[in-house]
Design a protein around this ligand. Structure first.
Ligand code: MRU
Length: 368
């Protein structure tokens, strides 16, 4: 997508082919800063500290982490150690496991001398495929937005949560891909951007990337979502996913479940945009999805920009108060109107997903 009119991706390989470049997302929206990942340790740290985040981008960064590790030493031991360390960075997004297993499956059978180059090629393929999958999600999801527009002949109001835009993927985004596609096709669209406490990925990242692309949007406090739905100001909700279980239960950023409940109460369609690598076929439902527990200071403190331009963190709560910070929740499939995948929109059921991914029933791990 575009930054200041220039086509940009969230991760890329440097011209000399020895490092991966990223946007340091912890600095947005106040500063557009880039960082080079030159070692596997850099890649793991970037994921752990959320300089890169979002399920598909975590997977892509981990793949480059493997390539960086093998650039130093292509032995089987080094490959396994790198995968183990990268796997330990964040627990919820299944794209991390998916990408590391794909790298291992591709690289382990090769001769040591072939692994280094093959790792860079495979990581690049993961990135290319991610962009294509999301572009396809965009096409399918834009159909839903178009249908509302054809029915109402007015601006379509889409609500989203967290950041499931191009910053969370390699390009296009998942939940935002339908919005960009509809916008680029000339459909009038407005986005309600839920701020997404405590890390504020909505206010900081979604708002920033929509602004860069010129899409009309309004940031709301998370707690305003139900009220807006009640007053007919939301036509549909599209969220992303960090992991979908085989029955259509969706793990996504904390607060997604509350939006789904309010959507059901108000008859607002609630969609999850889910690329194939985000479906965990090993889980029959969402109860087994590991939910990341993050540091309490993300709740007790907030980061912002001061009048003098400096960015600082301030305390919100009494110093004696404890805080708890689950980073994701699971929305049961029964609250999900449909799942937008790269292969089409399906009901949030095992049957619905299996119809689009029949190969999942054959025990094949590698989807997409
Ligand atoms: O904790 P984060 O910022 O890595 O959270 C992931 C997300 O960006 C969202 O949950 C998103 O909706 C799914 S990733 C496309």
């Amino acid at each position: 997508m575009r930054i200041g009119g220039k086509a940009t991706r969230s991760i890329w390989v440097t011209d000399d082919g020895t490092a991966a470049g990223i946007i340091d997302q912890t600095r947005l929206p106040h500063e557009l800063a880039y960082r080079l990942l030159t070692t596997a340790r850099d890649a793991a740290e970037a994921i752990r500290t959320m300089q890169v985040r979002g399920a598909p981008l975590i997977g892509a960064t981990a793949a480059y982490g493997v390539a960086l590790a093998l650039s130093e030493d292509s032995s089987e031991g080094r490959l396994e150690l790198a995968c183990e360390r990268l796997m330990a960075t964040r627990p919820t997004a299944v794209n991390l496991r998916w990408a590391l297993e794909r790298m291992q499956n591709r690289l382990l059978p090769l001769a040591v001398s072939q692994r280094r180059e093959a790792a860079w090629v495979e990581a690049a393929a993961i990135c290319e495929e991610d962009a294509l999958l999301n572009q396809s999600i965009g096409r399918h999801g834009a159909g839903l937005i178009k249908r509302v527009y054809e029915k109402t002949s007015r601006t379509v109001n889409v609500m989203t949560h967290c950041n499931a835009g191009w910053l969370a993927t390699v390009d296009w985004g998942t939940a935002l891909a339908p919005i960009y596609t509809a916008f680029d096709a000339g459909i009038p669209v407005h986005v309600w951007v839920s701020e997404t406490r405590p890390r504020n990925q909505g206010a900081a990242l979604t708002a920033w990337e929509l602004a860069q692309h010129g899409v009309s949007h309004t940031v709301i406090a998370d707690n305003a979502a139900g009220h807006l739905m009640q007053h007919g100001r939301v036509d549909l909700i599209i969220v992303g996913a960090d992991r979908a279980a085989a029955n259509g239960d969706i793990a996504n950023k904390i607060g997604t479940y509350l939006k789904a409940l309010a959507a059901r109460d108000n008859g607002v369609p609630f969609y999850a945009a889910v690329p194939g690598p985000t479906i965990d076929w090993r889980l029959s439902d969402g109860s087994g999805i590991p939910i990341e527990e993050r540091a309490a200071d993300e709740v007790t403190h907030i980061q912002g920009r001061m009048e003098d331009g400096g960015v600082t963190s301030v305390r919100l709560t009494p110093s004696q108060s404890h805080a708890v910070n689950p980073a994701f929740d699971v929305t049961p499939a029964r609250l999900v109107t449909g799942i937008i995948t790269e292969r089409g929109v399906c009901p949030a059921t095992r049957e619905g997903l299996m119809k689009l991914y029949p190969e999942a029933g054959t025990g094949l791990r590698r989807i997409a």
